[in-house]
Design a protein around this ligand. Sequence first.
Ligand SMILES: [Zn+2]
Length: 185
Amino acid sequence: MAEPQVEVRRSKRRRQTVSAYRDGDKVVVLLPARMSRAEEKRWVADMLSRLQRSEVRRRSPARDSDEALAERCRELSAKYLDGTAEPTAIKWVPPMRTRWASCTPSEGTIRVSRRLRDVPGWVLDYVLVHELAHLLVPGHGPAFWKWVRRYPKTERAIGYLEGLSAAAHLDLGLDDDADVVDAKG
Ligand SMILES: [Zn+2]
């Protein structure tokens, strides 16, 4: 993982606590105002490694293999789609130029970009629910979103993916309508 850009913010109200969070491709570290430069350096390094460890923990087990991905889809379909979405094949594919993932409803196949292997599990889950829902409803109409929004972190995940796409200077979407419509016809 590349070293992220770090922004240090000092606060007079903050006395003891140090915290850090990721904001796009940047990490913001909040420190008490009175901390010395040496302490700041130590804390920034410490918070970066803690943040990285927690991000690694939050990754999905589905990142490991196509089998793990298929297993996660079964769980998500059972939980949010009444177990009705069953892909015939699902696999990790090399990074695609414009898409995070895609689905061919007529064949029941789903492809997920390896760019998503390191995102938090709840973001990957959203992508999988989205693609699985296309097996039930091909386009992006109200019936489609009604299924997808059963997954409670849908809005947050959409925001996360938009941020990731902007940070990487990519113009990535989940799947383009054209592909889904073509597959339907
Ligand atoms: Zn879609």
